[in-house]
Write a protein that binds this ligand. Structure first.
Ligand code: 5AD
Ligand code: SF4
Length: 464
């Protein structure tokens, strides 16, 4: 039996409001902030919430880290490289602090949530003033207040693995695009992945809360919402509604575009495919991480499906929604991966014909099952396989782009083209970048086009 989510209490919310108000009365309070975000969309959205809280506390955003009184790093730990980059950049600020002793340096998010990293920050990164984990985000007002009044470092991570904080203010990055979290955490425990340890147990928001949020975004003129969760397919609302029911309700709301990520192949139901097929607003794109094309590797990764299962899901999607764009995540060099396993992955990429794939070198993560597995692959072998995989993915993406020639698309314009200000660019519903003639007035609008040519990584379109 799954444990129900625990909502942040009204009392704790009141405490945070009181802390924010008391903070506003402090004479030594920071006036400006700058947030640096690493990792996935979930983190990008968390940063929007952190910014929302900071603005409630009277801070304004500084253009860069050098000009900010409070610099906050929202970190990722899914691969070692992300951790190294964050720690390297935090250390760079140590120098800045020599000239500006009042500068406040904060670190939060997934990297900090790992107890060994919190300990390392405490012992070895003494210039970091404030560090807090993923489950403490909503406590930022109190933590900052504490830091300024106690005049000692604040490092805190709680193990509140079932917590949901509703009603946090959000400072959106875009006026026409918005993230909406539908569920938190992950219970899949893929053997390579640290996410279930740092994001807690799988828990879903109430459907009514999500619909209310989406409605407000629609009223605010948002053109596209991206539903977020580590495994959106296993969404379970308070009254047992699943992801298809949620999608259907959102589709009926009239927001022009709906996207979602990430999906797990083992939970992709026929019902979800049917809802997509019948929908008006769900984008023509499915991100479906496969991770490997080899059954032996998939099993050792604890993914819960076989290569054949995956291909069957792809076939079902394509049968119901011809022309749907598929993207994926792939890991190279998982412990025990043989050349034959790797070739199975290449063959799968060719067979499916992905629009794009995020490709990763396997990274050993402390505390995960794969970290203790035999058969760790050398950097040399992984690196060489990685290059071959990139070529296969690029060939597949090029074919996918070519298949779009002459087709109708609709583009949500994001901005002027970098190279030519008589052109604008944005994403088609299939999530491929499209460039077309246009200007500033098009930004944030959806333009129907016909795809007329294929360029490097993008498509060209003409207005219909
Ligand atoms: N090493 C490499 N890639 C990883 N991912 C998750 N954990 C690891 C790891 N230890 C990748 C998976 C996942 C994506 C978000 O990151 O492909 O889908
Ligand atoms: Fe990590 Fe697997 Fe959960 Fe995705 S489904 S977050 S890869 S454990």
């Amino acid at each position: 039996m799954k444990k129900l989510p625990v909502y942040v209490s009204e009392e704790e919310k009141r405490e945070m409001t009181a802390a924010a108000e008391a903070f506003l009365c402090l004479t030594n309070r920071p006036q400006t902030y700058h947030i640096i975000t690493y990792g996935c969309q979930m983190n990008a959205h968390d940063s929007e919430k952190l910014a929302g809280l900071l603005r409630q506390m009277g801070l304004t955003e500084a253009a860069d880290r050098a000009g900010a009184d409070f610099v906050l790093f929202n970190t990722c730990c899914v691969r070692a490289g992300a951790e190294r980059r964050a720690l390297g950049n935090v250390t760079w600020l140590k120098e800045l602090k020599k000239d500006r002793p009042n500068l406040i340096i904060g670190v939060c998010g997934c990297m900090v949530q790992q107890p060994h990293m919190a300990e390392k920050i405490l012992q070895q990164y003494r210039f970091i003033d404030l560090a807090f984990g993923t489950h403490n985000l909503h406590q930022l007002p109190m933590l900052l207040y504490q830091l300024l009044t106690d005049k000692s470092r604040v490092v805190t991570i709680t193990a509140d693995e079932h917590l949901i904080a509703e009603g946090l203010p959000v400072q959106r990055l875009s006026p026409y695009h918005a993230y909406v979290t539908i569920m938190y955490g992950c219970d899949n425990f893929c053997s390579y992945c640290v996410v279930p340890y740092v994001r807690g147990r799988e828990r879903s928001r109430r459907m009514a809360d999500i619909l209310r949020e989406a409605e407000a975004l629609g009223t605010d003129g948002v053109q596209e919402i991206m539903l977020l969760g580590q495994n959106v397919n296993s969404y379970q609302g308070g009254d047992g509604e699943g992801f298809p029911a949620l999608l259907k309700a959102l589709d009926g709301m009239g927001i022009p575009r709906i996207r979602f990520m990430t999906s797990h192949p083992k939970d992709l139901s026929d019902e979800l495919i049917r809802v997509m097929e019948e929908s008006k607003h769900i984008c023509n794109h499915f991100h479906l991480p496969v991770q490997s094309g080899s059954d032996a590797v998939l099993q050792s990764m604890n993914r819960g499906y076989t290569r054949t299962d995956y291909l069957r899901r792809v076939a079902a999607l394509r049968e119901a929604i011809p022309g749907i764009g598929l993207t994926t995540d792939i890991i190279v060099g998982f412990p025990g991966e043989t050349e034959a396993d790797f070739l199975d992955t290449i063959a799968l990429v060719e067979e499916v014909g992905f629009d794009a794939a995020f490709t990763f070198l396997y990274s050993k993560r402390e505390g995960t099952r794969a970290a203790g597995m035999t058969g760790q692959i050398s950097a040399e072998v992984s690196g060489e396989r990685f290059k071959r995989l990139l070529s296969a993915v690029e060939a597949s993406a090029q074919k996918a782009r070519e298949s779009m020639l002459g087709k109708a698309e609709s583009v949500l314009v994001e901005g002027l083209s970098k190279r030519d200000d008589t052109k604008v660019s944005g994403k088609g519903t299939r999530n491929i970048t499209v460039t077309l003639d246009g200007g500033e007035a098009d930004v944030g609008t959806i333009v129907p086009v016909t795809i007329t040519s294929v360029a490097v990584n993008t498509l060209r379109g003409e207005r219909r």
